[in-house]
Design a protein around this ligand. Structure first.
Ligand SMILES: [Zn+2]
Length: 95
């Protein structure tokens, strides 16, 4: 089960909830009791935002190319993780 982050727009109370994907988003704030709680989408949102598609495309300098080459030569599990991150970025940008 994923952990969801919520924030109340009335009192700015932030909290995390461990709940099923199927369960409905929480609306009621446990702090002030108002129904002003919004789910914060994606815990890695900040990371994705930093490496936006525009930035990466513009940054294909020689350094980027040589680094990509190095990564493909080494082919460590670490490299796989990076590829997964890129996938996540892409799907995020499309939505
Ligand atoms: Zn509140």
């Amino acid at each position: 089960m994923p952990t969801y982050e919520y924030r109340c727009s009335e009192c700015n109370h932030e909290f995390e909830l461990f709940q099923s994907i199927k369960s409905d988003p929480v609306k009621e704030c446990p702090s002030c009791g108002r129904f002003s709680v919004e789910r914060i989408i994606g815990m890695g949102g900040a990371v994705i935002f930093k490496g936006s598609g525009f930035y990466q495309t513009d940054y294909r300098s020689d350094e980027y190319k040589s680094r990509a080459k190095k990564e493909s030569e080494i082919a460590k599990p670490e490299t796989k993780d990076k590829k997964q991150e890129k996938k996540a970025e892409k799907s995020h940008a499309e939505s």
